[in-house]
Unconditional design. Structure first.
Length: 222
């Protein structure tokens, strides 16, 4: 896929899949129009990069469908000045979008080869406001907390308490919550010591694997 083809495909994606289906945050739409999703999928999948569907990235993981990614970012309500945490970075696509929308991004990926590949892609695309870590993201990343926004790219059986605890006052946590195969996008907003919960659209994500997810402990960073 040439750079021109990629740009045209992104423009169509934004108009046909996002704007027409109710995404209204112009900052999110501009970011989705800018970040080349084809750079974050395997070469064999590049012709499908702008379809509104999740695509495999190896190790049983996926890059989420564009509409869901856009809706999660819209729910995070980013204005550009935030410190953000991306849990379950996968290929790094959502991380790149957070880099466009936030001041500083910390991204966590449990699988080492995915974390390394994501970091390489982000560097190659010129993102310098991001740090990528390789450990169990259900612990959060306390070293850099608190966060104005936390976005989780995998489905959890419940909200990991350590993630909510690492929100700044006024911060938002966006996470798919529910049983395997059927979650709802859930938004946790922190107001002092109070946490308010709102529920959005239904969705299906891969499992958030970790000590405070679906089990399967990996290296922890408390």
């Amino acid at each position: 896929m040439t750079e021109a083809d990629s740009g045209s495909a992104r423009a169509r994606m934004v108009e046909e899949q996002l704007r027409r289906r109710g995404i209204v945050d112009e900052r999110v739409l501009r970011a989705m129009a800018k970040v080349p999703r084809d750079r974050f999928v395997d070469e064999a999948q590049r012709e499908r990069a702008y379809e509104d569907t999740p695509l495999p990235i190896g190790a049983g993981q996926t890059i989420s469908q564009p509409w869901i990614v856009a809706r999660m970012l819209e729910l995070a309500a980013l204005d550009g000045g935030e410190r953000a945490l991306d849990v379950g970075a996968g290929s790094g696509y959502g991380t790149a979008l957070l880099c466009e929308l936030s001041r500083e991004v910390f991204a966590v990926e449990r699988l080492g080869h995915l974390a390394q590949a994501a970091a390489q892609r982000l560097r190659a695309l010129g993102y310098r406001n991001v740090t990528v870590g390789n450990f169990d993201g259900t612990w959060g990343w306390r070293e850099h907390a608190p966060y104005d926004a936390i976005v989780v790219g995998a489905g959890a059986p419940q909200v990991p308490a350590l993630l909510a605890d690492q929100l700044a006052d006024g911060g938002r946590l966006v996470i798919p919550v529910g049983p395997r195969g059927l979650q709802r996008l859930t938004v946790i907003r922190r107001d002092g010591d109070r946490f308010d919960t709102e529920y959005d659209t239904g969705c299906t994500f891969v499992d958030l694997v970790g000590r405070f997810g679906w089990g399967g402990e990996g290296p922890a960073q408390a």
